[in-house]
Design a protein around this ligand. Structure first.
Ligand SMILES: C[S@@+](CC[C@H](N)C(=O)[O-])C[C@H]1O[C@@H](n2cnc3c(N)ncnc32)[C@H](O)[C@@H]1O
Length: 284
């Protein structure tokens, strides 16, 4: 898996950028929702690391709200666009955009750069192997201070695809029509999507490019268990961070996790300790 990522995000970044730009409009509400939740963890300002940041909508919006943000993405066109947008929106001094492969996160970010918050937004996982995803979250944990928070937001998850699966759809972006055809494999948990981009001229459509991609879709419990191995304890799940709607199998996934540390790992999670205590008091 993974070869398609270069094709869609680097070689045809021009086409993907049109889709990504449509996401900006809802980003302020998303980030406001995240900031509301961060207050519960006593985080009111600080440093954000935005993994697979695209053209910077999350990092830039956090910066507009007073945070300092570092965005990482391997697409040169997205990173250039993010820098330009940061300049236009007056937050260049509070943002930094690094072009590089998130799988080599520790080599991209100065080792003494400690973050308060890490974000991974809009299904930016499941592109490579599970070990590679695990490694990215382990590296992110190393760069985050104790008590820091991770958001995996606006992400597709297995239950939703098993419950309601839409095999095809089309969307109009300016003068481009995007036709999406999907295949969901319940046995491998892989979502195979073919994107066909057409230029629209009146009633005529001309095929510009066709790109196929495979994403491994995690279940919520599987993702929480992988994060735990990487040093993150899941503390909440939402269907929508902007409205605070709770997660259900029908909603998309927005997961909030907090750092764990070695001592914590050895003793078990807060929830496990709670149950152990309860078991003991029932026996006594
Ligand atoms: C669906 S987009 C999400 C973009 C952004 N998080 C947002 O919400 O607008 C996935 C992003 O992951 C980036 N990406 C994919 N593989 C990557 C890798 N190995 N290292 C860094 N970025 C990667 C792509 O370039 C793309 O911008």
């Amino acid at each position: 898996m993974g070869d398609w990522t270069r094709r869609i995000f680097i070689e045809r970044a021009d086409l993907f950028l049109k889709i990504m730009n449509e996401k900006w409009i809802k980003t302020e509400a998303l980030v406001d929702g995240m900031i509301r939740l961060l207050k519960d963890f006593n985080i009111e300002s600080g440093r954000i690391l935005d993994l697979c940041c695209g053209n910077g909508r999350v990092a830039i919006t956090f910066a507009k709200k007073g945070f300092r943000a570092v965005g990482i993405d391997f697409s040169p066109m997205f990173i250039e666009d993010a820098k330009e947008k940061a300049r236009e929106l007056g937050v260049s001094k509070r943002t930094s955009f690094i072009c590089g492969d998130a799988r080599r996160l520790l080599s991209l970010v100065p080792k003494d750069a400690f973050f308060d918050v890490v974000t991974s937004v809009w299904t930016s996982i499941g592109y490579y192997s599970k070990d590679e995803d695990l490694s990215v979250f382990k590296q992110a944990r190393k760069l985050t201070r104790d008590g820091g928070i991770l958001f995996i937001a606006e992400t597709v998850h297995r239950d939703s695809l098993n419950l309601s699966f839409c095999p095809s759809s089309f969307t109009l972006y300016e003068n481009i029509v995007l036709v999406e055809e999907r295949k969901w494999d319940v046995l491998t948990s892989k979502l195979r999507t073919t994107w066909s981009f057409y230029a629209k001229n009146g009633d005529n459509l001309r095929l510009i490019d066709r790109i196929m991609f495979d994403i491994y879709v995690y279940s919520v419990s599987e993702l929480a268990s992988m994060l735990r191995e990487a040093g993150w304890e899941t503390v909440a799940t939402y269907g929508n961070l902007a409205t605070g709607q709770l997660f259900s199998p029908w909603t998309e996934l927005n997961l909030v996790a907090k750092t764990t540390n070695m001592q914590h790992d050895e003793k078990g999670s807060g929830t496990t300790q709670f149950f152990k205590k309860t078991e003991r008091s029932l026996k006594d």
